[in-house]
Design a protein around this ligand. Structure first.
Ligand code: ADP
Ligand code: ZN
Length: 597
């Protein structure tokens, strides 16, 4: 409606201006000197003066226009002298409104736009007829979702953890009566494409309850209050269909820590998040609604979201290991006509770092290759071809690894493990894996026997050695010039440990038990104030030298350990290549130079 008004006024203005130009330019134009000479010659009968423009009628009824170059005061005398009829023009009246309109037009336009947006916002907040503040959640009815747990493969732990929800959703009242305690919210954590959405859908498919699907980014709008109103709307709808499931994908889009960035925070996002928290707290009255959410970055979430009574239960949905990949492939090849000689474990072996979605894509791509190759069935060959195609196009963002990267990572992690096992007082190795996690290609997990409140010097030095184990293994195997960049985090950690030993924990003989800390990174109104040093350049030099010497000693120790046990290094690499994750029993076996069963 408002849009139409704006449109029509623009058209009207264009038309009037065209019409006016048309009207004036109709006449034949003659220059001023010719006009003067015509007057002189007595050819002119009549002149209508309209500002600087004059419409002239000759005695022989010819008409033309001319323009006054300057205000010529003598002109009138001239004309009177030659008995020319002079006609003035009535000041413009008809165009008065048009001119007002033109001069006010920008203002009017702004006002109209303003009104337009105001209306939208009010509709948003007040749940009017328009869909601005309505939840964008997509609703699947009770029997619309056909996905069951059988369709979700390779994440058995996660599946086990959510099974309880199905029992609850089937009969909430009974479950409560029996004393079952149900989380209000469950957060699924894992990289993209690992099947979080799929798992959520499977819960609803198994329990046969409605499913609301929404992405965190759907809440976020330009206008304050819209997101919150959408949250309210979504919960209201879901309450009507309870028991049911709400699934918020990418919750980090709304759930980021509040109040970061001093001063101008993002009001809209914070209001939306607050509304989610409010709705979750009021959950008792809406029994039977379970909120599931997915994220890849639990570290950026606002702590309030993770508090008891909210998303207090967390389920990890990691990238699948070899066995998981095999199972996922088996799920997806059911939909294609597969050659009977197809072996999913071979494909699983060759697809390290693939997520469930990557594997689904691989199967699909292989089927397309088979069609292109005019095969009656999808063969291993087609899979190989499809894999090459996917690996070539894979962005670094996904964690798909090449065989070479896999080997580098296997040596790297084996290096950490072996050093960690052979230095004194190190935390026991729990397991090592070359399945990517976060930004790391592989991880070695150490589990402390108990929480220690303080750690001694020997223990820290062991840790530094172990941190360098990864990089050193790469160096020993591939040579100094071929180490990967995968150790940057290790180096950072080792360096900061060494620095703390010298400057904070008083482990340096030369410097003694004093605090040598720069007061840095003080956060003041959004700006890091400059470093304030309390000690001299010379002290600083000594600190650097002490750090370097601690690192040198431990670096050399790690190198010696690895060189002495290079046979274990190779064996452990082979084991990692084969199993991708090795646990502490397997690690102990390898350390004792025994064959893995
Ligand atoms: P996420 O929500 O974790 O990003 P999705 O659940 O959207 O991942 O997964 C996308 C697709 O990938 C699914 O529809 C399914 O086809 C496939 N997929 C992912 N994980 C699995 C799995 N564990 N088992 C079977 N298929 C999977
Ligand atoms: Zn490392």
């Amino acid at each position: 409606m408002v849009k139409k008004i704006i449109l029509w006024s623009i058209i009207a203005i264009i038309l009037t201006s065209i019409f006016q130009n048309f009207h004036y330019n109709n006449n034949y134009v003659v220059n001023y000197s010719n006009f003067l000479s015509d007057v002189q010659k007595g050819k002119i009968r009549e002149v209508m003066i309209d500002g600087k423009e004059m419409h002239v009628i000759e005695k022989n009824n010819n008409k033309y226009s001319t323009y006054l170059p300057i205000n010529d005061p003598k002109l009138l005398d001239h004309l009177i002298q030659k008995h020319v009829k002079i006609i003035g023009k009535k000041p413009e009246e008809m165009n008065f409104f048009v001119s007002i309109f033109i001069s006010w037009f920008p203002m009017i336009l702004l006002a109209l736009i303003w009104i337009f947006f105001l209306r939208q916002i009010q509709l948003g907040a007040g749940k009017g007829a328009m869909s601005f503040g309505k939840s964008k959640a997509k609703m699947f009815k009770k029997d619309e979702i056909k996905i069951t747990f059988a369709d979700v493969a390779g994440c058995d732990e996660a599946k086990e953890e959510v099974k309880e929800l199905v029992d609850y959703l089937k009969e909430p009242k009974k479950f409560k009566k029996l004393g079952g305690k149900i989380p209000k919210g469950l957060l699924m954590i894992g990289p993209p494409g690992t099947g979080k959405t799929l798992l959520a859908k499977a819960i609803s498919g198994e329990a046969r309850v409605p499913f609301f699907l929404i992405s965190g980014s759907d809440f976020v709008e330009m206008f304050v209050g819209v997101g919150a109103s959408r949250v309210r709307d979504m919960f209201e709808n879901s309450r009507k269909s309870s028991p049911c499931i709400i699934f918020i994908d990418e919750i980090d889009a709304v759930g980021r820590k509040r109040g970061t960035g001093l001063g101008g925070g993002n009001d809209e996002r914070e209001q939306t998040l607050n509304q989610i928290l409010v709705e979750m707290d009021g959950f008792d009255k809406n029994q039977g609604v379970i909120l599931l959410a997915a994220t890849n970055r639990p570290d950026v979430l606002d702590p309030a979201l993770l508090r008891p009574g909210r998303f207090d239960r967390q389920v990890f949905v990691p990238l699948p290991d070899i066995k998981g990949r095999e199972q996922i492939l088996n799920v997806h090849i059911k939909n294609i006509s597969i050659d009977k000689n197809f072996n999913s474990s071979i494909i699983a072996r060759g697809t390290p770092g693939f997520s469930g979605a990557d594997l689904a894509n691989l199967v699909n791509e292989a089927a397309l290759c088979a069609i292109r190759n005019k095969h009656d069935f999808v063969y291993m060959k087609d899979f190989e071809q499809a894999k090459d195609k996917i690996m070539m196009g894979a962005e670094r963002k996904s964690m798909i690894m090449t065989e070479k990267e896999k080997e580098y990572t296997a040596y790297h992690e084996a290096g950490h493990v072996i050093v960690g096992k052979l230095v004194p007082k190190h935390d026991p190795v729990h397991k090592a894996t070359i399945i990517p996690r976060g930004r790391a290609l592989g991880v070695t997990f150490f589990l402390p026997k108990k929480d220690h409140l303080s750690i001694d010097k020997q223990k820290i030095e062991s840790k530094i050695s172990t941190l360098y184990g990864g990089r050193l293994a790469e160096e020993i195997i591939y040579g100094k010039d071929h180490v990967s960049t995968g150790a940057s985090n290790d180096i950072k950690l080792a360096t900061s440990l060494a620095r703390n030993m010298v400057t904070k924990w008083g482990f340096s003989k030369k410097l003694g038990p004093l605090l040598y800390q720069n007061e840095e990174e003080e956060f003041f109104l959004g700006q890091t104030t400059s470093k304030i040093s309390h000690f001299s350049n010379k002290t600083e030099e000594i600190i650097d030298r002490e750090i370097k010497s601690i690192i040198d000693i431990n670096y050399k120790r790690a190198k010696r350990i690895l060189k002495e046990n290079i046979d274990i290094l190779h064996a452990m690499k082979d084991a990692l290549m084969k199993y991708e994750t090795i646990n502490y029993t397997q690690i102990n076996c390898l350390m004792n130079r025994k064959l893995l069963s």
